[in-house]
Design a protein around this ligand. Sequence first.
Ligand code: NAD
Length: 286
Amino acid sequence: MTGGEATPSVAVFGAGVMGVGIAALALGRGVPVTIVDVDEERLGTARERVRAELRLAHMMGALPRTGPAGELRLAGSASAAADATWVIEAITEDAELKAAAHREIAAAVAPGTARITNTSSIPVDELAGRVPSPADLVGVHFMNPPYLIGTLEVVRGPRTGERAMAAVKELLSVLDRKGIVVGDGPGFVTSRVLHRMINDAANVVAEGRATVEDVDALMEGCLGHPTGPLRTADLIGIDNLVDSLTVLYERTGDEGCRPSELLLRKVAEGDHGRKTGRGFYEYGVR
Ligand code: NAD
């Protein structure tokens, strides 16, 4: 923790799938949260979406029902993060947008504040090279949904400093998460392995070798995958998955990461998964 604040607090950038999930996790653990998003519409529905995630987390027993919940604030600009103990950036998976957001965040927060990126695939050092005080930048790859999955990937870039690592350790302790520290590079460990597999699963369906349901049933029944790769794609958001695959493909040249035509078609048609009500499967309106 930095600055000796009385009440540690989190600023979360991005009111999307992950920002809302991370906010619910922190609030459920009694930590006040400020969510910052540039999209007014997203911000307008954020409070209700956080409430829905908290309800679900309580129903599943993933967060304690007792104890005070943190207070939620919503804001449209980075200056609202000025007093935050930790900043977690969970905005669109785009290196340009993220670098610009991190410059704004660095200008708004107290010097030495840990600036965490929740990127799925952009190397931390690629961002660190484009922002002030790169030692304060560290990757924490929360899994979706953040309140349910207790283990996450901590990405220590070559320029990440000890102070940022210590701040992450403290945050994970407050949030009751287990972090596994991995080296930097496109997709780190989890996205490098998982996203390529999901892409292959989409290609298998596109080739007509098996249905969506059968691919998932095989991966669940034979290999113990908890939700199947294509249901996982819907949970992640197919638009975000394609962005991450593009990052991986552009930085590794691995043909297995070139986004499947089927995934690209679903993005173009607006079938982004759970968040739009339809992806590989149909969902009730969220
Ligand atoms: P999303 O598309 O659901 O939400 C992104 C949000 O960021 C949008 O509300 C957008 O308005 C906002 N945004 C864009 N630019 C901004 C800025 N400059 N300042 C503030 N807000 C801004 O995306 P998501 O699925 O929540 O993913 C967010 C990040 O988390 C990405 O880096 C993604 O790769 C990563 N991630 C996603 C998952 C997942 O399962 N979806 C899991 C782990 C990590």
